[in-house]
Design a protein around this ligand. Structure first.
Ligand code: FRU
Length: 546
């Protein structure tokens, strides 16, 4: 099991027992610190200041000119970069690359079911008039209200004015009937250790949702298994418990004992389309990793036949949410967790970013593959390398904001790439791609490549930019025939995302702002080709502090 920079470890209990803010830093001070922080990513989604965790309410809606805009809401605390009394922050984008801040969309109530936080949820096009479920629709938030108990409750909010009068969807009003799903012992008829988060869909004229939970005794050998609990409804307001859609085995080194942020979606690809259940495995306050599962779904039950790890960086791609774009691509966005101590985050003025949006497809071997959305290429600035053969296999570049694509055929020797390296080489973040013997004949077990990231040499011990978390991250990656590989590195200051033939590894990396050498030792590659670009910033002016 991994130790993680989870909310609990950061001195931020997931469920504060008493209302009231624990830390308050003036917004202008936070914003000034965030703007000045050299570690803050410039083309990954970040909050304008303060705290960010899960993506929420990912939805495509017509903008002011009728063209589609993507709205991304997120778990946010504008009062300090700590997890506390969570609001829904809000940004929108026309291309999923360049984002604009909007005012906070949802705040905890002074009292009531979300007084201790508006936790994760989604937006669906729900009925404008609940008594006419098949009539006109309006964007409807389904989110978890935190009342401080062990299980959260389901709540709704809708635009305060019709969307054509406020097309950026900046004002929301909570439903007077909240909570629409009560605590577990009322809504499920059983006490459960955790219950929260929503994935909502409509099928055959009825609404369905899954909420994340864990069921004591339902895993292997009587363990507590993570669970996606299924509910159904006529109108999004009155919900009937249908039982678990799927339950995990409770392995604390893999599937966890609680599933957060379950999401059921349909993923397209060469191998046909598949129902995919994505869950974020959690155990005892530890946000472990995001996992995908495929199988056979019959209504409200799913038999899982294959599963995999969404990102070898484990909880650096957590609580993802996906959406289908108008052109049919399925795109997912995850939370790339923070690093460092609470003091370091307060000094930085911000904490947490999203991963780069990724297209998700189903490959012929039944695994999911992820790729940065193509629109990211529009952020490429100067091309700093375009090399072939031996020249591509032994290169030195410079930069802390780069898009690097290295392809070729991997032989017996590994490819080693040092990033964020100091002039004398004493500090470096080391990526290594090598071959491995497969451990099975299906799915990720059959893959023959191995990718690892070593952050132990990223900074000198005791440096002010040292991240507290430097565990090695590694795992299998698919190689093509003859070892064919395309390795893509997206480096954005402290945010690092690596894709090898569609399998990502993400991580946050602490480094000295002066360290910017990239050294490629690619002798293990034949037919090598290397291209690299600097990346432009994606944000214009950020939100003004109030
Ligand atoms: C996942 C999570 C969710 C919860 C939210 C609270 O990171 O713990 O389960 O709704 O974050 O911010």
């Amino acid at each position: 099991m991994t130790s993680s920079p989870s909310q609990a470890e950061a001195g931020c209990p997931l469920t504060p027992s008493t209302p009231g803010r624990r830390v308050e830093v003036p917004e202008a001070l936070q914003r000034g610190r965030a703007d000045a922080d050299p570690a803050r990513p410039r083309w990954h989604v970040t909050p304008p200041w303060g705290w960010l965790n899960d993506p929420n309410g990912l939805t495509v809606q017509p903008g002011p000119d009728g063209e589609p805009l993507v709205h991304l809401f997120y778990q946010h605390n504008s009062h300090a970069p700590v997890h506390d009394l969570i609001q829904w922050g809000h940004q929108y984008s026309a291309d999923l690359v360049r984002w604009t801040d909007l005012p906070i969309a949802l705040e905890p109530g002074p009292e009531g079911p979300d007084a201790l936080g508006c936790w994760s949820g989604v937006i669906v096009d729900g009925p404008t008039d609940p008594t006419d479920p098949d009539g006109p629709t309006t964007p409807t938030m389904v989110y978890s209200g935190n009342m401080g108990g062990p299980t959260q409750v389901g709540c709704l909010a809708v635009p305060a004015v019709p969307p054509d009068e406020d097309p950026l969807l900046t004002r929301w009003v909570k439903d007077g009937a909240n909570p629409v799903v009560d605590v577990a012992h009322v809504s499920v008829g059983q006490d459960l250790p955790e219950m929260r988060d929503h994935s909502v869909w409509r099928e055959d004229g009825r609404w369905y949702q899954v909420m994340g939970s864990g069921i004591p005794g339902a895993g292997a050998d009587g363990a507590q298994g993570g669970a996606a609990l299924c509910f159904s409804s006529e109108d999004l307001r009155t919900w009937t418990y249908e039982g678990p859609l799927a339950v995990g085995d409770g392995d604390v080194s893999a599937t966890g004992t609680v599933w957060e942020c379950p999401e059921l979606s349909t993923v397209p690809g060469d191998g046909g389309t598949a129902d995919v259940l994505c869950v974020s495995a959690w155990h005892d306050g530890d946000t472990m990793r995001s996992m995908w599962m495929t199988g056979v779904r019959t209504g409200t039950r799913m038999t899982v036949t294959a599963q995999g790890c969404s990102d070898l960086g484990e909880n650096y791609f957590y609580a993802p949410q996906s959406v289908t774009l108008p052109d049919g691509r399925r795109v997912t966005i995850g939370w790339m967790q923070l690093n460092g101590t609470q003091e370091q985050r307060i000094a930085a003025g911000w904490a947490g970013s999203m991963n780069v949006p990724r297209t998700v497809t189903l490959a012929a071997d039944g695994t999911l593959r992820f790729a940065p959305i193509a629109e990211f290429e529009t952020l490429r600035g100067d091309q700093v390398a375009d090399l072939d053969g031996e020249a591509a296999a032994a290169v030195e570049l410079r930069g802390r904001s780069l898009d690097v694509v290295l392809s070729g055929e991997l032989g017996g020797d590994p490819v080693v790439i040092d990033l964020l390296a100091s002039e004398d080489g004493s500090r470096r973040t080391r990526l290594m791609l090598s071959r491995r013997a497969p451990v099975g004949d299906a799915g990720q077990d059959a893959w023959t490549g191995w990718l690892s990231l070593d952050r132990t040499g990223s900074v000198e011990p005791g440096s002010p930019c040292e991240g507290e978390e430097t565990r090695e991250l590694s795992g299998p990656v698919p190689l093509g025939e003859d070892g064919g590989v395309e390795l893509r590195i997206l480096l954005d200051r402290s945010s690092l995302e690596v894709f090898v033939n569609g399998q990502p590894l993400s991580a946050r990396v602490g480094s000295d702002p002066a360290d910017e050498r990239v050294v490629v030792h690619g002798a293990g590659l034949t037919r090598a080709r290397l291209r690299a670009w600097t990346m432009d910033d994606a944000y214009g002016e950020r939100l003004a502090a109030r």
